[in-house]
Ligand binder design. Structure first.
Ligand SMILES: [Fe+2]
Length: 328
């Protein structure tokens, strides 16, 4: 059930109006939602948001509630945001600034937003929508094939702790899928195997396009799939891009059983405009059901922001301390 899988936080009309007012003030004070001064002050600003929202996200951060949440009620004006872009490079700048500021505010209650040099030219806020020719891709730009469940950027040590998806448009109610690792019922033997470095997770096609062969090869080192608390572990999976080490059928079988359980536990969430799906990327997987792309400017369109609880740990992979762009 949706309510078992997600903490649902609704803004009523008055709360939505004051959230919008706050965002408009921020738009007056900051040049853009990428502005470092905004990102650094966002947490203080967000304290004026309704308490059920700030407390709800704090509970998510401390694992007191389901590891995913749905924040509903922030307005989206369908004509103001313009058509769904045909390609993220062709988006009209500024059209989604209000929604991006809203994402930035919510993100600040969980940690620090960051992005990748290898995704969408290193932009902090990413677009998810179908692209012609990418229908079968296992990325945010596919459509007719299922986007298999995965951990976001599972290949990387510094992958995000949280992923926030804001729906701008979803006329066909295409479901995003979410599943939690705490639902896993694994044998002790499988658990042991999955906690060991017996698996390889490779970068996905979007990242690979901007990597050298040597960089891609560096991700061939074995990693574990489960980590943390043995009884309530975090999970790191991306089935289309991973496998057990060659000659290790025990690990392959344990991974197969884990994936079966994660698949069976997926819940559909059809995001409405203004909905923000907040996903704990250590304790959840996510994906998307297949759909037929319209390619006429009215397609499903989400904005994505990834958040780390500790920006400092990636210092060696960012150009300078004020940069939020990680070298993938
Ligand atoms: Fe994803």
């Amino acid at each position: 059930m949706l309510r078992d899988a997600l903490a649902i936080m609704d803004l009523d009309e008055a709360q939505a109006a004051s959230a919008q007012e706050l965002v408009e003030e921020l738009r007056d004070r900051h040049t853009s939602p990428e502005d470092e001064d905004f990102l650094r002050s966002a947490q203080a600003e967000s304290l004026s948001l309704p308490a059920h929202l700030t407390e709800g996200l704090r509970e998510l951060r401390y694992d007191d509630v389901p590891p995913a949440a749905l924040v509903r009620g922030f307005p989206v004006d369908d004509s103001a945001i313009g058509p769904t872009p045909s390609h993220w490079r062709h988006r009209e700048p500024g059209r989604t600034a209000a929604q991006d500021f809203w994402l930035g505010l919510l993100a600040s209650l969980l940690g620090d937003p960051f992005c990748w040099s290898t995704l969408q030219d290193g932009r902090l806020y990413n677009d998810i929508h179908p692209i012609k020719g990418n229908e079968l891709h296992q990325t945010g730009h596919g459509s007719t094939s299922v986007l298999e469940f995965h951990t976001e950027d599972a290949f990387h040590e510094y992958r995000c702790d949280y992923i926030l998806l804001l729906s701008l448009r979803n006329h066909d109610r295409v479901p995003t899928t979410v599943g939690a690792s705490r639902a896993l019922r694994l044998s002790g033997e499988d658990r042991d195997v999955l906690f060991q470095r017996r698996f390889v997770i490779r970068p996905d096609t979007e990242h690979r396009r901007h990597m050298t062969e040597a960089e891609i090869a560096s991700y061939e080192r074995p990693v574990a799939v489960l980590f943390g608390d043995r009884d309530d572990p975090g999970v790191r999976v991306d089935p289309p891009y991973m496998e057990a080490l060659p000659g290790d059928p025990e690990a392959a079988a344990a991974l197969g059983r884990l994936c079966e359980q994660l698949q069976a536990g997926l819940v559909d969430v059809a995001l409405e405009p203004g909905d923000v799906l907040v996903i704990d990327n250590q304790r959840c997987v996510h994906g998307r059901k297949p759909f037929r792309a319209r390619l006429d400017g009215t397609d499903r369109w989400l904005r994505k922001l990834t958040v780390t609880r500790d920006l400092r740990k990636s210092a060696g992979q960012r150009g300078h301390p004020r940069s939020r762009v990680l070298r993938g």
